[in-house]
Design a protein around this ligand. Structure first.
Ligand code: FDA
Length: 378
């Protein structure tokens, strides 16, 4: 073995694939029973509808290198992501755009009038002086839109009143003064035609790559554990950085998600793939309906059934899946300490969203893995 990769998400698999293509023998271990990390998907057994096991994954990028690389393993559908939100029993388009504003104020403003209205409403606070997230939100888009679309949704995401959250959590709240409600602005967007798992499996399908599942790097009962391998073979580590150092500087904080999945005996539950629930009286943040991610599979998917998944957000304990970095000032101080420790680890390369404690979209994970391969490992 020339390289050990810990974690088979997009970061680990990209490094493994590049190394294998360059003639290195690579072993990839993952503690889960499947490869692919959080992008893993599987067919719901009753309906055959592809379900994204760790939350909805939409691929989008403006990076030509990443787009070309991804297309070596999969083609993409022409799916374009759009999100709607239910507030006070009425459905509005997101991100907040001219349609949202006119529907909310029961008006027919053009772009200039809508811009002037939001500017006037936002005058209540100066964004520079905002003492908390609530004041920042009001300073950016004005109280009515903030209270309808941001306040309770944010409170549900963070289990915290936005008055008690730091203003820095949001730097901007996008408002579009057109009717464009495309969720992403990237050059390329789509879903893998044969699903995420087929894409991921093609990346790992190389004679130089050996994958070992259900294998935890910190389990000394298995041969490729930390104690046995560090210093013996180059390692790319994509697990949590604080776990690697036994939480010596304290645990980094994360939010996690709980999912409640249901098969419904109906052709179509909500008419779209993602519906947010903006208000406090609904405990979940959103509902995904997976068949809408693949309208081109209509002839394969059942006409009388659908799969929905409600998403709930909360702070993670050490036993939960870490999803989004909380990134408090304490976390940032700890991360710096862990970076110093990581720099002192001989031939261990920390990467990916867990290894660097930052939220990375798939294209960012792939892009940074390609950079690590080119600049540090090749
Ligand atoms: P990832 O978490 O995928 O992989 C890390 C792997 O390491 C895991 O398989 C884990 O089991 C393994 N591991 C950890 N500790 C280990 C140990 N001790 N021993 C062995 N293995 C270990 N992106 C995007 O572009 N569009 C989207 O719509 C979304 N949506 C989205 C929703 C949610 C809820 C989340 C949390 C994330 C997204 N993403 C996304 C981001 C996407 O999931 C992310 O870019 C990739 O997961 C990053 O890949 P990594 O390889 O860095 O981590």
């Amino acid at each position: 073995m020339d390289l050990l990769v810990v974690g088979s998400g997009f970061f680990g698999l990209t490094v493994a694939e590049r190394a294998a293509a360059a003639g290195r023998r690579v072993t990839v271990i993952d503690r889960r029973h499947h490869i692919g990390g959080n992008a893993y998907s599987e067919d719901e057994p009753v309906t055959g509808i592809e379900v994204h096991r760790y939350g909805a994954h939409l691929f989008h990028t403006s990076n030509p290198t990443v787009w070309e690389y991804a297309n070596r393993f999969t083609t993409f559908t022409d799916y374009v992501h759009r999100v709607y939100t239910n507030h006070d029993g009425v459905v509005f388009p997101l991100p907040i755009n001219l349609g949202t504003i006119n529907q909310f104020f029961r008006a027919a403003h053009g772009p200039a009038a809508a811009r002037a209205l939001v500017h006037e409403l936002a005058g209540e606070f100066d964004a520079k002086d905002a003492a908390n997230l609530e004041e920042k939100g009001i300073a950016l888009i004005g109280r009515p839109l903030y209270e309808a679309f941001i306040r309770d949704y944010t409170a549900k995401q963070w289990q915290t009143d936005p008055k008690d959250l730091p203003a820095e959590i949001i730097s901007r709240l996008p408002v579009r003064y057109t009717y464009d409600n495309r969720y992403f602005n990237d050059t390329w967007e789509g879903l893998p035609t044969d699903g995420y798992t087929a894409w991921i499996e093609r990346m790992a399908d190389h004679p130089n790559i050996e994958v070992r599942l259900d294998t935890d790097f910190f389990d000394e009962a298995q041969p490729l554990n930390k104690r046995a391998t560090v210093g013996q073979v180059p390692i790319v580590y994509t697990g949590p950085v604080d776990r690697y150092f036994d939480y010596i500087e304290g645990a980094l904080s994360w939010r996690t998600l709980d999912f409640e999945q249901e098969v419904l005996e109906t052709a179509d539950f909500q008419g779209t793939s993602v519906m947010n629930y903006a208000d406090a009286d609904v405990p979940y943040t959103r509902i995904h309906e997976f068949k809408h991610f693949h309208p081109e599979r209509a002839d394969r998917y059942p006409a009388d059934k659908t799969v929905i998944m409600r998403e709930f957000s909360r702070f993670a304990t050490r036993d939960d899946e870490p999803y989004y970095p909380v990134n408090t000032p304490d976390d940032r101080a700890r991360l710096l300490a862990y970076r110093d420790l990581a720099a002192g680890e001989a031939d261990v390369h920390f990467g990916g969203r867990l290894g660097t404690y930052q939220y990375l979209d798939m294209h960012m994970a792939i892009g940074s893995a390609l950079s690590m391969w080119n600049n540090q490992l090749a």
